[in-house]
Design a protein. Structure first.
Length: 126
């Protein structure tokens, strides 16, 4: 874990910190190619482009997991919240709120979508 990521996580109060650590483990377990960094003051996960990010606000008791391509992801239980053009998020207040299986599907789907987008960019440059 790099120093900026560690600083971000340590600054979170409990139980937000524990939830963020669990979410981080889930992301990093999905692919050895996923990287993490702090972008826009959020913990951001990338693989062939940005996948998702963890963010929160001081006045709320939860952390959000936002996906950059959420509108393209399969969401059979309509868990995503938000009205962004592409991004959506889910709220995590307790460990029980973490939909592990669905998160892993979204992460893998996001990696696939980013790979397709990268291939299309490469084709356009030729």
């Amino acid at each position: 874990m790099n120093a900026k990521v560690e600083k971000f996580l340590l600054a979170l109060p409990e139980p937000k910190q524990q939830n963020a650590l669990l979410l981080r483990e889930i992301f990093l377990s999905c692919s050895p190619h996923i990287t993490e960094s702090i972008k826009w003051n959020n913990l951001t996960f990338s693989c062939n482009g940005d996948i998702a990010f963890i963010y929160t606000y001081k006045q709320v008791a939860y952390v959000n997991v936002g996906f950059f391509r959420a509108v393209q992801l399969t969401d059979p239980k309509n868990r995503f919240e938000g009205k962004g053009e592409k991004m959506r998020h889910i709220k995590i207040t307790t460990e029980k709120d973490i939909p592990v299986t669905q998160l892993k599907k979204w992460i893998k789907e996001s990696i696939s979508l980013n790979s397709i987008a990268q291939k299309e960019k490469t084709k356009k440059k030729k």
